[in-house]
Design a protein around this ligand. Structure first.
Ligand code: ARG
Length: 468
């Protein structure tokens, strides 16, 4: 801003008492947060209404002024929601925008609202309320996703498919087992948000700037009005920590990792080389040049979302480290990161739930793939241990020789003849063929948490009970 403009600009109406002139335009640009923190308007007005009611109940302001403030705030709320609120950058943030407009609407009593509070406890309160809503939304979205995975698991509790390690065929598993693995992961994600929500559900309001206040406030009353379990116990802590946001972001990051892994599997499984699943039209796009293409764009974007969500997490950790107590303006940098991470997490969760629900699973392809790649080699080795008394290491070696033999013949293990097998180990008899089929293989894995359809159905039943 030019010198002349600087001189003519009035000092800030809220805090400008000791200032002769207003800020430079660049100062205003770096300082203002209204462009993004306007998203906190509902929380800000809710917090202010609770604060005004408390001030009146404690005899700090008159009932008449409190009523005017509380009514006026509703007018401001409807202006913002109606899209005709004059947001001003000069007024820096949502807190001062709301208060300045309140003054225009109700006049003098508006000036009494900021008694016994500060923007420091105000912003901490607003932001907690906002993050708490997002945690609730994440919990609900995860619940829907868990139910979608559960429905897939139930449909295919006994469909066999290859289980992979190193993305190499390892042992046959069931589709239901694979889906239930994600149920476990997403349920832990959900519990992380639930835990974080419990810890964040304390009210900073009334901590004032940092030291508390000399006014006879009732912080328990405002805490209750805002749905918090209690007021935060230490006013310095109340205005200066953002660990609730860090916990939200950390939980979001872990959840995004899980989403990304499932998304990656959907991308692989829907490729022409796998064809394990077909993505519905609702969740794929075409190519502008290659007419045959059906691209798994939603899955790819979900796979990528971890980038920005983890980025936001690293950003806020970096902002917070090394800040002396109590409030520092650095903390204004918390909001955009959390807003972006929350928006994208919720979008990714909704898209994943939709994709999983609408997925067509190619059962025959799964089964054919499960039987290839010598996937029952471990069953063969286990048979040699159980039925022929071989030490597992020797059984492993014998099986390896049989795999090499089948590979040379260009066939799978069940296609070798008994004579061929006996040429490698004389103790082998025809009952070995019972364990070489994929259905017998999965059915035998009855250990708790194993892939046997009985076990998978038991897992499903446990989860259905928990979710009921
Ligand atoms: N816009 C500020 C923020 O988001 C509000 C708190 C400002 N407090 C202060 N003392 N300047 O953190």
């Amino acid at each position: 801003m030019t010198e002349q403009a600087k001189d003519t600009k009035a000092s800030n109406a809220m805090w400008g008492g000791r200032f002769a002139s207003g800020p430079d335009a660049i100062m205003e640009a770096i300082n203002a947060s209204i462009s993004f923190d306007k998203r906190l308007y509902a929380q800000d007005i809710r917090g202010s209404r609770a604060h005004a009611a408390m001030l009146a109940a404690q005899g700090i302001i008159s009932n008449k002024d409190a009523e005017a403030i509380r009514e006026g705030l509703l007018t401001v709320l409807s202006e913002i929601e109606g899209g005709n609120f004059p947001f001003s950058t000069a007024l820096e943030d949502i807190h001062m925008n709301v208060e300045a407009r309140l003054k225009e609407v109700i006049g003098e009593p508006a000036g009494r609202l900021h008694t016994a509070r500060s923007r420091n406890d105000q912003v901490a309160t607003d932001f907690r309320l906002w993050v708490r809503d997002q945690a609730d939304a994440a919990i609900a979205s995860l619940d829907a996703l868990i139910r979608a995975c559960l429905a897939q698991a139930e449909a295919g509790a006994d469909w066999v498919m290859p289980g992979f390690t190193h993305l190499q065929t390892a042992q046959p598993v069931t589709w239901g087992h694979h889906m239930m693995a994600y149920v476990e992961m997403f349920a832990r994600d959900k519990s992380r948000f639930e835990d974080a929500r419990k810890r964040m559900n304390e009210s900073p309001l009334g901590a004032a700037a940092l030291a508390g206040t000399g006014f006879p406030t009732d912080r328990f009353m405002t805490a209750e009005a805002l749905g918090f379990d209690r007021p935060m116990a230490n006013s310095l802590d109340a205005v200066s920590d953002r660990d609730f946001a860090l916990e939200f972001l950390s939980s979001a990051s872990i959840c995004a990792v899980h989403l990304s892994r499932l998304a990656e599997e959907l991308v692989i499984w829907s490729s022409a080389q796998f064809r394990f699943v077909a993505m519905s039209d609702k969740w794929s796009t075409g190519s502008s040049i290659m007419p045959q293409k059906r691209n798994p764009d939603a899955a790819e974007l979900i796979r990528a979302k971890i980038g920005r969500i983890l980025g936001a997490t690293v950003a806020l950790f970096t902002v917070m480290k090394g800040l002396p107590l109590a409030y520092s303006k650095d903390m204004q940098e918390d909001k955009e990161q959390v807003f972006d991470a929350a928006d994208n997490l919720l979008l990714a969760l909704a898209a994943m739930a939709g994709m999983i629900s609408d997925l067509t699973v190619n059962r025959d392809k799964l089964e054919a793939a499960a039987a290839s790649g010598f996937s029952t080699a471990t069953d063969l080795a286990d048979w040699l241990v159980r039925e022929a008394g071989l030490p597992f290491r020797d059984a492993h070696h014998v099986t390896g020789t049989l795999v090499a033999m089948a590979e040379a013949k260009g066939c799978d293990l069940p296609d070798l003849t008994l004579e061929e097998m006996q040429s490698v180990n004389g103790a082998i008899n025809s009952s070995i063929f019972d364990v070489l089929g994929v259905h017998n293989s999965v059915a035998s894995r009855q250990s708790y948490g194993g892939t046997a359809p009985d076990q998978v159905r038991a897992q499903i039943a446990r989860w259905k009970e928990r979710l009921a």
